[in-house]
Design a protein around this ligand. Structure first.
Ligand SMILES: C[S@@+](CC[C@H](N)C(=O)[O-])C[C@H]1O[C@@H](n2cnc3c(N)ncnc32)[C@H](O)[C@@H]1O
Length: 229
């Protein structure tokens, strides 16, 4: 009898249709609570996600509010899975002790002597110059340096962003490599623009994404269709 991958098993357990599905990734337009309850945790499955932190964030150049960001975030429905979560300093009183912290440094590199690099911050990002990332398991405490400030970006240069808090695909791939082996399943219950899913597909993993806000669904489907696989 053929052994089912965690991806196929999860798709079989979710009783509604994805809005996008290919051989490696599926996106659901739903509340993540309705999908997560159907998926069983396992050593080949991890959540890699950037949830609403509960900080009422609004980008200065893209004033679209993030669904759910107007109330404190409680990650308890995620913690039965192996997890990699952004922004956990904002809800650190609700995560268990232990695990590991990583940092995404999104500043431009400081070049002494360069005219634009005066003492003090080179570029001030809207929401801080770095982001904290918590893993529920032991991993190297490390820094990912990758410029990401408006149009100044180390990757995806000239590509229009489709979501106010869109993460670089390269960053998500870097995290996914720490979370699940090749062939494993990545779940992003707060998928937004689907950067996590694109990174999972590129790195030989499978992914299930869930997004509740109807405004993000059509752009996310178009991005999944057009992204390199
Ligand atoms: C911080 S954004 C994630 C952005 C994503 N990391 C990206 O690269 O585009 C959080 C997303 O979660 C979605 N969301 C909020 N509550 C949700 C829920 N209960 N179920 C599914 N999605 C939800 C929001 O609409 C938003 O798009």
């Amino acid at each position: 009898m053929a052994v089912q991958t965690p991806f196929k098993r999860a798709l079989g357990a979710i009783p509604f249709k994805p809005v996008y599905c290919d051989a490696r990734v599926a996106l659901y337009h739903a509340d993540c609570l309705d999908v997560l309850g159907r998926i069983s945790p396992g050593p080949l499955t991890a959540i890699v996600s950037d949830p609403p932190y509960g900080i009422n964030y609004v980008r200065s150049d893209n004033p679209v509010k993030i669904l759910g960001d107007d109330r404190p975030f409680d990650p308890s429905h995620l913690l039965r899975f192996r997890c990699v979560l952004f922004g956990a300093t904002h809800y650190c009183q609700r995560i268990p002790p232990g695990g590991s912290w990583m940092v995404w440094d999104k500043r431009c590199p400081h070049v002494p002597g360069k005219a634009s690099c005066k003492p003090g911050p080179c570029h001030a990002n809207d929401n801080g110059d770095y982001e904290d990332i918590w893993a529920s398991f032991h991993t190297h405490r490390t820094v990912f340096r990758h410029l990401w400030n408006g149009f100044c970006r180390a990757s995806e240069k000239g590509v229009k962003r489709i979501h106010p808090t869109q993460k670089p695909v390269l960053l998500m791939g870097w995290l996914i490599e720490r979370a699940v082996p090749v062939g494993g399943l990545v779940i992003d219950p707060y998928a937004g623009s689907c950067s996590t899913m694109i990174a999972a597909r590129l790195s030989g993993r499978y992914a299930i994404g869930v997004e509740a806000d109807p405004r993000h669904i059509a752009p996310a489907i178009a991005r999944l269709r057009n992204a390199p696989a």
